[in-house]
Write a protein that binds this ligand. Structure first.
Ligand code: CP
Length: 315
C-alpha cells in the first residue's frame, strides 16, 4: 500500500477522460484492500484520523453521498455533510463564496455534486484542498464508473473484450460519459442505445457502437447497464411521453433474454421502476444493482485513501 500511495499523483478526481488504465487498475487494487477491511468484524481503520472530508452536495443524492460518508467514517476521517437546502446559497451566496467559506474551515477533501457541468473543475482551480467530483451536470460521475467497473470485475473476472450495452438517456447521463471513458480504456466493447434525440452521434468517435434499436443493443451482451431518463435535465421534449419511451426502450425479460445466458444487469440508481426496466428484472438474480451500491463503499474508501495520502489502510 505504501508504494502504491507514493505513485498516486492526482490532487483531484474530476473525471476519467484523462485517466490512464494503470491508474484505474491502481484504484481497483486499492478498493480490493478496502473490501478486505470491510469484511472484518470491526470495519474501521485509523488511516484518515485527523483529516476532514466535506460532502458538498448541491443536488439530491442517496447512494453517492451516503457511501462517501460511510467510506470516510470507515477510514476514521471526520465527515461533514453540506446540503443546499438550509445553506446560505438560498440567500444568494455564490458557489465560489460558499466553497471558499467551507475551505476556510480546513477540510482535506471536498466531495462535491453540482448541476453545472464543470463545477468541480471550476472550484479545483480556485481552492487549495482536493476535490472529488461526485457528479457535475451531464459531464462526469467518476466514482460511479469506477464502482461499476469494480462490480463487473467481481462478477466476470475481467472487463477486456466484454460486450457492454449502456441504454437510455445517454445525452444527459454523466454516468454514461464516465463509463464510456472507464470501461473503454479497460478494453470493453461498448454499445450505446437510446432514442436518436438522446444519443449524441459524436459519441461514435469514442469507438462505441451506436444504435437506436434496443434488441440490437442487448443481443449477445455480457453486461447491460440501464439508465434513468433524466427528466429534470430535459429542457424540451425528447420523446412523446414517458409511456411511449418505456414501450420502446424499457427492458423486460423477453428482451433481456437476448443477452448472453450469463449476462448481468446493472443500473446506477435511482431506478424508475416500470419505465426503464420492469420490477421483475430489477429484483432478479442477475441484477447486480445492490452489488453496485455495496462496491461503492470500497471504491470510495480507495479514492479517499489515495487522495488523502493515507498509509497503512489495511493495518
Ligand atoms: N448513482 C447515483 O449517483 O445515485 P445518487 O444520485 O443516489 O447518489
Amino acid at each position: 500500500m505504501e508504494n502504491e500511495r507514493m505513485n498516486w499523483k492526482r490532487k483531484h478526481i474530476l473525471g476519467l477522460s484523462d485517466f490512464m488504465p494503470y491508474e484505474i487498475e491502481f484504484v481497483m487494487d486499492t478498493a480490493r484492500s478496502m473490501e478486505e477491511v470491510l469484511s472484518r468484524d470491526i470495519k474501521k481503520v485509523p488511516t484518515l484520523r485527523g483529516k476532514t472530508v466535506v460532502n458538498l452536495f448541491f443536488e439530491p443524492s442517496t447512494r453517492t453521498r451516503t457511501s462517501f460518508e460511510i467510506a470516510g467514517k470507515r477510514l476514521s476521517a471526520d465527515v461533514v455533510n453540506f446540503s443546499y437546502s438550509g445553506s446560505s446559497q438560498s440567500k444568494g451566496e455564490t458557489l465560489l463564496d460558499t466553497a471558499r467559506n467551507i475551505e476556510a474551515m480546513k477540510p482535506g477533501i471536498l466531495v462535491m455534486r453540482h448541476n453545472a457541468s464543470g463545477a468541480a473543475q471550476f472550484l479545483s482551480q480556485r481552492l487549495s484542498c482536493s476535490i472529488i467530483n461526485a457528479g457535475d451536470g451531464s459531464n462526469e460521475h467518476p466514482s460511479q464508473a469506477l464502482l461499476d467497473l469494480y462490480t463487473i470485475l467481481k462478477a466476470k473476472g475481467k472487463v477486456a473484450g466484454l460486450e457492454i450495452a449502456i441504454i437510455g438517456d445517454i445525452l444527459h447521463s454523466r454516468v454514461a460519459r464516465s463509463n464510456l471513458y472507464c470501461l473503454g480504456k479497460m478494453g470493453a466493447k461498448l454499445r450505446l442505445c437510446g432514442p436518436a434525440t438522446l444519443l449524441p452521434r459524436e459519441m461514435s468517435r469514442t469507438g462505441a457502437t451506436l444504435t437506436n434499436d434496443l434488441r440490437e443493443a442487448v443481443k449477445g451482451a455480457d453486461v447491460v447497464i440501464m439508465l434513468r431518463v433524466q427528466l429534470e435535465r430535459q429542457k424540451s421534449a425528447f420523446f412523446p411521453s414517458v409511456r411511449e419511451y418505456s414501450r420502446v426502450y424499457g427492458l423486460n425479460e423477453d428482451i433481456f433474454s437476448l443477452a448472453k445466458d450469463d449476462a448481468i444487469l446493472m443500473h446506477p440508481g435511482p431506478i424508475n421502476r416500470g419505465v426503464e426496466l420492469t420490477n421483475e428484472l430489477a429484483d432478479c438474480s442477475r441484477s447486480l444493482i445492490l452489488n453496485q451500491v455495496e462496491s461503492g463503499v470500497a471504491v470510495r474508501m480507495a479514492l479517499l485513501y489515495l487522495m488523502a495520502g493515507g498509509a497503512h489502510a489495511a493495518d
